[in-house]
Write a protein that binds this ligand. Sequence first.
Ligand code: NOJ
Length: 754
Amino acid sequence: MKNKIYLLSASLMVATFSFFSCVSSGEKETGKDEIEKKVENLLGKMTLQEKIGQMNQLSPYGSEEEMYALVKEGKVGSFLNIVNAEVANKIQKTAVEQSRLGIPVLMARDVIHGYKTIFPICLGQAASFNPDLVRESARVAAIEASADGIRWTFAPMIDVSRDPRWGRIAESCGEDPYLTAVLGKAMIEGFQGDSLNDPTSIAACAKHFVGYGAAESGRDYNSTFLPERLLRNVYLPPFEAAAKAGAATFMTSFNDNDGVPSTGNKFILKNVLREEWKYDGMVVTDWASATEMITHGFCKDAADAAKKSLDAGVDMDMVSGAFSGNLENLVKENKISEKQIDEAVRNILRLKFRLGLFENPYVSTPQSVKYSPEHLAKAKQAVEQSVILLKNTNQTLPLNADEVHTVAVVGPLADAPHDQMGTWVFDGEKAHTQTPLAALRAVYGDKVRIIYEPALAYSRDKQTTGLAKAVNAAKQADVVLAFVGEESILSGEAHSLADLNLQGLQSELIEKLSQTGKPLVTVVMAGRPLTIAKEVEESDAVLYAFHPGTMGGPALADILFGKVNPSGKTPVTFPKMVGQLPMYYAHNNTGRPALEKEMLLDEIPMEAGQTSVGCRSFFLDAGSTPLFPFGYGLSYTTFSYGNLKIVSGKLTVSDTLKVSVELKNTGRYEGTEVVQLYVQDKVGSVTRPVKELKRFQRVNLQPGESKQVMFDLPVSELAFWNIDMKKVVEPGDFKLWVASDSQGGLTTEFNVAE
Ligand code: NOJ
């Protein structure tokens, strides 16, 4: 990975050390043996109680005195949710100076898409298809969080998520294992920096291991039923990539898969993670997921939960108290061995040594790194590349400030500084958020007249009183900008929805605005794809911004007025209706795939014969196609693809497929296209997906400019878990597409010989 040069203010230079140059700490780790020696040496001095103390993670509760007393007695290995440098330093001082062995405490926090400077939600960042930018975003988050003593984040969430009813899809990189793996790795590199022991590095946590994104019907915490092959082909690859990238920790998930809760799943935590992947990081439970195994009906009490978690391979218990309350007795009763405890404690101490906590437990980074101009600029850039242009009839966008005199700004998300930050924001403050309304006024207010009528106070608002005012504003304007979507509280953990239509009266608002006949630009801010077929139809242009974070406003204003050309692509399929879910592009073909044109409900004649509708895999009321496919997104300019070539159509497993295509900017604006490479394994020992993303590249072109875009794809990357549950490339014919989304594109074939 190349170092990037980035302009930093002098004050920031001091604290920013390795701003945008990250090499996975796993790959670059030095002094490994040295650390192992230190771990063994320390472990040898520890009592059983001290070891169990290290395995205990707590969130502050009770009085401050109680907290310090526990630290003094060596009864806590990690705290989550302490977000104050002074308190963090006080805790470390207590641990280092007053506990018997002076082992520092590890401070953790959910730093998901920014700490103070909030970046787009991860699903939005994924729409950028830009690992460099995603890495830099995580770096900023690490710098800001570590200034408050946080050295461990519970991110990235790399659960493949194929159901937008699941509120946590907002935290994910979407539906695709490859995109998730690439971006997850980038986040890990950003959080962990050049080396874990840099004071601005924070340990990453690959979560939730595993399958959590496949919760039945998208209902959070729900059971999953993923057979081993699906698990290995779809849900595990991002985690394997995370382990390889040196993710310092893994977190178990809440779900039970086929009856086995992840926190007690030996197959996943031992056989796969430790034995197959040789992972030497640390494994933490999710919040109380150890004792939740009692509720699951998998453990009879907390002691049983502690034993099953430890037997499965968990090292640290997040807040349930199962370890601290039971491990000592379990050892005495010979139900678990001290050797097992030692193994877990090794993993914990190793991490603390890797983080350099023993040499420097204290934080001294200046607080001025928070919301620094550089961080805000990076956050703006992240929004610019995350926003997806879904529709743009008659080139409604970009707006020309010389031609548009009056703009009506309406909708509950136009000026919602809290909600535009999205889910999992504990530390970002809305006072720092720049909303679209504020940015439009600040940047374009001297050129165009802006009339603001929110119509609705928040996304679920059902008060009709404001609608007429908004319509009136629209009538006076040359163009209407409607900011609709979801409040942040509607997505994220425990925020699943059965209905993905716009909440409250937002749909009525769009309908009424559209009836004015004025050009209507709808901007959606949401934590997930919403079912907005009707609103897309009624709008002239649609921008999907997800929850864009602190700098959403300035970025959107620049996109609307054409200073920035949108380049985001859908990281997840947008369904037309909830009933289509789960819906994802990499499905199997079935024996009866849908035809391009299927007979829909209204076309079926009365008393039609049983077989008249075709007997194919589709919905009579929704067809087989989504509202927008995976990988979809327009630009203000247009691109043409041509001259697809592969160097050789006859390959062996050890070869690398070389693909080239000519991309031309055929429009009037400079723009960036995400060129996507998909492959289909035509015949397998088990049925294979209709296509799978294997590579992508962001390519920037001036109007009229062409570039040859090249891809290298080692044939070994076509391996999958086959009928014998072996990961192999099966020789045979493959189809390949180079395309601007997961539908269509240029295509060719190649063959892999024995
Ligand atoms: C529960 C969530 O599932 C997990 O993602 C998070 O990191 C922990 N709580 C800690 O807040």
